[in-house]
Design a binder for this molecule. Structure first.
Ligand code: ATP
Length: 257
């Protein structure tokens, strides 16, 4: 039987190691409705952390809070040893956090190359110039299909190609940290597997830490180092992927075993 510690205790333990992101007692509301309740979560350098939860658990709200799209009522967010609570989105990107939003959020008529270049617009002029050359080549090496479709409108790409484009756009800003909201949504099992393998590769080869929000627990657990389970706006379980995999409770609730 796996012994899951209370998430707050667990977070304190994890914070003593090298942390890139620390979310501490964060509460987010929509009007009077509380969507996040005292969330504590840590992501260490070079780690992939998955946040799992069913519909309405608060996963998207957590990412919107982290990326400055929603203000918080209580709590603190520290990234790279700097407090970023209440920092607006455009400044958060400059600090090295890039987001692949739910549903990809591409502009359908925009070409593949323009979409990728859009990912650099939050950077200052010199860095943008640097990114637009070598970085673009790196994205094409990671996703050769995007090179083949470079002048094609993004709406003409397949679902899997669009997901690669959204990921490529996020990587163009040269992030230290990547957050993804349900990247597996609408993809076939084979493409989900490819996408997850790609995230693992990106994390390992580019040294980028990842926070992955997923309903597809089975796919996310395979690549994650650490798992948080979110239920009705609260972290109910936090542990290593290995221990979560071994839990019968999680197997039956999230893995359909
Ligand atoms: P899903 O997997 O279905 O996308 P989720 O885990 O991402 O779900 P959220 O979208 O974060 O969940 O929603 C968390 C809670 O906040 C839900 O109860 C939802 O109804 C509520 N909520 C989300 N957006 C708003 C909003 N703009 N106004 C009011 N309530 C909202």
């Amino acid at each position: 039987m796996v012994d899951f510690q209370n998430s707050k205790t667990k977070n304190t333990v994890r914070q003593s190691c090298e942390s890139l992101l620390v979310i501490e007692d964060v509460c987010t509301f929509y009007g009077d409705a509380q969507a996040l309740k005292d969330i504590c979560l840590t992501v260490k350098n070079n780690e992939i952390v998955a946040v799992l939860g069913s519909n309405g658990a608060g996963k998207t709200t957590l990412l919107k809070t982290l990326t400055g799209l929603l203000g918080i009522q209580r709590g603190k967010i520290v990234f790279n040893n700097e407090t970023i609570t209440d920092t607006p989105s455009h400044k958060i990107i400059r600090k090295g956090i890039a987001c692949v939003p739910e549903g990809r959020q591409l502009f359908g008529a925009m070409t593949v190359s323009d979409t990728l270049l859009l990912g650099t617009y939050s950077l200052d002029k010199d860095e943008r110039k640097k990114m637009q050359g070598a970085r673009l080549e790196m994205i094409f090496d990671l996703f050769p299909v995007l090179r083949d479709r470079v002048n094609q409108a993004s709406e003409t790409l397949s679902g899997g190609e669009q997901q690669m484009l959204a990921l490529g756009r996020a990587l163009m800003s040269n992030p230290k940290f990547l957050v993804l909201d349900e990247p597996s949504l609408g993809l076939s099992p084979l493409l989900v597997k490819e996408m997850m393998n790609m995230l693992k590769l990106i994390s390992r080869e580019l040294g980028i830490s990842i926070l992955l929000v997923e309903q597809n627990a089975r796919a996310a657990i395979k690549i994650a180092d650490y798992i948080y389970i979110l239920e009705r706006g609260e972290v109910t379980l936090a542990n290593t992927a290995q221990k979560v995999m071994a839990s019968e409770k999680i197997q039956s609730a999230y893995l359909g075993a």
